[in-house]
Design a protein around this ligand. Structure first.
Ligand code: TXA
Ligand code: MG
Length: 323
């Protein structure tokens, strides 16, 4: 992979890779992020591919300013206070997607919320400004690995899988950002991280805790994954009465209402999965039949999501945790 230096030339070259849809790891104050153009479904799909993730989880969207963030999510009053006090910095806010938000549905794993932050690292801010688009970025390590805090860690984990790394030296914070969501307008600590609970509470008062058992008041905002309203039937080779058919490849293309990839390309299929499910829900289909998808590469993550979507409603919460 290419190593881009923290110079205006290095930043511009790395940003050009992002605009071409490629993956660039970049330094932030917390850990190195694996960045992709958040507006480009295929680029986002390739993040999951490079990390070898067995399932899709929602990613953090990185922007260079609060003004930019307001284009993509709706702030409540507490969120605005948190952003004013802690951005740029190691705090991620989970907020409703703005109307017509152009960020990839895959980046938020189909949810109606987006996790967003302005990183507190000069090079990251320069890079985001040069890219001129929001970046989806999980930590730049293979799935299950340790989060990287130097460019060498990124190279060790992802050599051959990504276009390059923008080298900003060691990350000063070294742990991931704190993630705060909202139950109504009450802030909820979803993941501890670089900004401590004490410091956050000094600014906005008590934070609710997020219990895995779901006892925290949990309206849609704290949903941990998206499932369509329609019932889902897997490995379907026919289309029954009242069903929409979600196809893959050419085998059953004739009956497909939507084909995730006629060419049988799993990256393309991943990139369209959540927008396709949303579209079929919007069309008020009660049942979705999904054609067979091979259990290899990104197919593993696609099938994982579809199996969760197909599970009986009462089981959805318990099997939905990705942590
Ligand atoms: O410091 C960090 O946060 C690093 C750097 C690169 O910014 N990024 C990072 O991303 O740690 P990632 O993808 O490894 O972690 C994202 C976290 C996960 O805990 C995920 O569950 C949560 O954010 N998250 C993302 N979107 C969410 C959403 N819509 N609702 C609830 N949680 C969300
Ligand atoms: Mg991580």
């Amino acid at each position: 992979m290419k190593i881009f230096k923290a110079s205006s030339e290095g930043i511009e070259q790395a940003a050009a890779e992002i605009r071409d849809g490629h993956l660039i790891a970049f330094a932030t104050e917390t850990v190195y992020g694996l960045g992709a153009d958040a507006l480009n479904d295929r680029a986002v799909a390739s993040i999951y591919e490079a990390k070898g993730r067995p399932s899709f989880n929602p990613l953090i969207i990185h922007v260079p300013s609060l003004a930019r963030a307001k284009e993509y999510v709706e702030f409540n009053e507490v969120a605005l206070r948190l952003a004013a006090k802690f951005w740029p910095g190691a705090l991620t806010l989970v907020l409703p997607r703005a109307a017509n938000c152009p960020v990839s549905r895959l980046a938020s794993a189909g949810l109606d919320t987006l996790a967003i932050r302005v990183p507190g690292h000069k090079l990251a801010l320069q890079f985001l400004t040069a890219c001129d688009r929001p970046l989806a970025a999980p930590s730049a390590n293979p799935s299950g690995g340790i989060s990287p805090t130097t460019a060498q860690h990124v190279i060790d984990g992802l050599e051959g899988k990504i276009a390059g790394v923008l080298d900003g030296g060691p990350c000063p914070v070294g742990v991931e950002s704190t993630v705060v969501g909202f139950a109504g307008d009450k802030p909820v600590l979803l993941r501890p991280g670089g900004v401590t609970r004490e410091v956050l509470e000094a600014a906005v008062g008590p934070l609710l805790s997020h219990d895995a058992d779901g006892t925290t008041p949990s309206p849609g905002m704290l949903q941990s994954h998206y499932a369509p309203n329609a019932a889902v039937r897997l490995n379907a080779t026919d289309k029954r009465d009242g069903e929409a058919y979600l196809g893959f490849g050419r085998d059953h293309d004739a009956i497909a209402d939507i084909n995730l990839s006629e060419a049988g390309d799993l990256t393309e299929a991943a990139s369209l999965l959540f927008s396709a499910l949303h579209l079929l829900d919007e069309k008020k289909f009660k049942r979705i039949a999904v054609g067979p998808i091979p259990e290899i590469g990104l197919g593993i993550a696609i099938n994982d999501r579809l199996r969760r979507a197909a599970a009986p409603k009462e089981n959805k919460e318990t099997i939905s945790e990705w942590t």
